[in-house]
Design a protein around this ligand. Structure first.
Ligand code: HXC
Length: 496
């Protein structure tokens, strides 16, 4: 068209976006789709800026030999903003990924809806969101935030299974600092408002915080190695390079004899899974619970472990949200759950109650009850109150429930129990302190061990710590074909 400035350079040069995709896919497997698409928008001088590809590269290819569909936005083209044609390309790629039953990866680097395109841009995001939701639980969806992202460029990732950010160079917010300033007059830096650290440690919106673009892409490839291509496939099996029957005496030394002493539950996790296979998810947020993917005897498992190192491993709002979301992700993709339990209960207090801990705790409860994948658990030390029930107990559908010999299973600890049950008796005693100590000792002997639960059949076996990996594997291998059907319904209505 005469007078139209076609920005062919965007295609001629090897863009950052293309380099990212080339790194993502196995060498020589990338196929670009829709490279010639341009926008049809008028106004704001756009008619003079026809950009082949319209600021996004959409492509298919292989990762470790398996089909994957991915897009990468190009920030050098109108800020990576999403217009109607840009959106149409992404939506088409989503459709193809669904038809192929293959994972979908978005590398986001975009200021969101292209302001000049108005409702066409907004509608474009709607089309993408709708497809994100339709694909949820069908194919894995992974989002990399690789630059400053706003508006729809963060809402679409928020609808996907995993979000990861690149430190210092990527940001996520609904509206950037410039818009914040015009609305609330607040001065805030991009890093504070939505940097990788903010979302990895404060909000939990990001599941991973990576040091560089290269690391991000490498970790997406690794993450995909734990996920099936779609919900009808099994997660990929990788023959373990680690003896599944190894009896590890190191287990015995991890949990201190003093029940008030903390320890790092990740050491237990590392000993349970095949060597070097643990990939922690949301490592920087709600650290009182540890979640992540690993392999046990080559089979992918999702690990959920209370972390005594942080706030004694108590369950609170954020820990409940974190674990619940992870459990649902595992369940959607057929990944069995292994829960390592050492939890003093739910965190009491006004802040938690006002924050709605009832609803958030119920999310975790709901997620465990709903999960139909194999559910295995080991009580390492404490399992108190509601937290005992929630954490994959037999009562909420746990398939296998093991306990270490010093496991404590009770409604509450001895101090609290004696205070509630024996207050009057202690006050009336000649020596109240001595009587209280006696009552506590009696309570501890009665409840602070796994014996009653084992006698009732709520615990399937009390095992030696060193046997943990082997026994979990033996239970896992017989549960791998587990199928559970629930009553037909439109969908459950758990607290979101
Ligand atoms: C069109 C955009 C754009 C947008 C950025 N640009 N965002 N163009 N539409 N949404 C352009 C800029 O004009 C500029 O063009 C270039 O991209 C780089 O932008 P800068 O602002 O110079 O970059 P930086 O300082 O790095 O800031 C990046 C940013 C900021 C933080 C993303 O651009 C920003 O705040 N943009 C607006 C973000 C936003 O509020 N989007 C919400 C859209 S609503 P030149 O030509 O000067 O280089 C939305 C609806 C979704 O997405 C619905 C959700 C439910």
């Amino acid at each position: 068209m005469p007078g139209t400035e076609v920005i062919w350079e965007a295609r001629a040069k090897v863009s950052v976006a293309m380099a990212r995709l080339e790194r993502l896919f196995d060498d020589g497997t990338l196929e670009v789709i829709g490279a010639e698409v341009t926008h049809r928008a008028q106004g704001f001088g756009l008619e003079k800026k026809k950009i082949p590809g319209d600021g996004v590269i959409t492509a298919s290819g292989l990762i470790e030999g398996r089909p994957v569909f991915a897009y990468a936005q190009d920030r050098t083209v109108l800020g990576g903003s999403l217009g109607q044609a840009h959106a149409q390309k992404i939506a088409r790629l989503q459709d193809l990924a669904m038809r192929a039953g293959a994972p979908f990866v978005g590398i986001n680097d975009s200021g969101g809806a292209r302001i000049q395109e108005g409702v066409d841009a907004l509608g474009g995001y709607g089309e993408i969101f709708r497809r994100n939701v339709a694909a949820s639980g069908v194919i894995p969806q992974i989002s990399v935030i690789a630059g400053p992202c706003a508006g729809g460029a963060v809402y679409s990732p928020a609808l996907t299974d995993f979000v990861g950010m690149v430190d210092q160079s990527s940001f996520m917010f609904l509206t950037g600092p410039k818009v914040v300033k015009t609305v609330t007059f607040e001065d805030i830096t991009v890093e504070d408002l939505g940097g990788a650290r903010t979302h990895a440690e404060r909000t939990g919106v990001s599941h991973f915080r990576w040091g560089s673009d290269e690391e991000a892409i490498g970790q997406v490839r690794r993450l995909l190695s734990y996920l099936p291509s779609n919900h009808r496939e099994e997660p990929p099996f990788v023959a373990p390079g680690d003896d599944v029957a190894r009896m590890d005496v190191a287990f015995n030394a991890i949990v201190p004899a003093d029940p008030r002493k903390p320890y790092d539950v990740r050491r237990v996790v590392e000993l349970v899974v095949d060597r070097d296979t643990f990939m922690e998810v949301q490592a920087g947020w709600a650290k009182n619970v540890v979640v992540g993917l690993g392999r046990l005897g080559g089979h992918v498992v999702g690990l959920v472990a209370n972390q005594p190192l942080v706030n004694a491993g108590v369950l609170d709002i954020d820990a409940s949200r974190k674990a619940a979301r992870f459990i649902r992700t595992c369940n959607a993709f057929g990944i069995p759950l292994v829960s390592l339990v050492d939890v003093p209960g739910f965190l009491p207090g006004r802040e938690q109650e006002y924050g709605g801990v009832i609803d958030h705790g119920a999310k975790l409860l709901y997620a465990y009850c709903e999960a139909s994948v194999p559910k295995l658990s080991v009580i390492l030390r404490k399992a108190y109150g509601g937290a005992y029930i929630v954490m994959s107990s037999q009562h909420v559908g746990g398939d296998v429930n093991l306990a270490w010999p010093r496991a404590e299973i009770a409604v509450m600890g001895a101090n609290g129990a004696v205070e509630v049950l024996n207050r009057r008796e202690i006050a009336a005693a000649d020596d109240p302190e001595a009587r209280a100590a006696e009552l506590r000792a009696d309570y501890e002997e009665r409840f602070l061990n796994p014996n009653i639960a084992a006698q009732r059949g709520y615990i399937d076996a009390v095992i030696e710590p060193c046997e943990t990996r082997w026994r979990l594997y033996r239970h896992l291998r017989v549960m791998l074909n587990k199928r559970e059907w629930s009553a037909p319904k439109r969908h459950g209505n758990g607290p979101l």
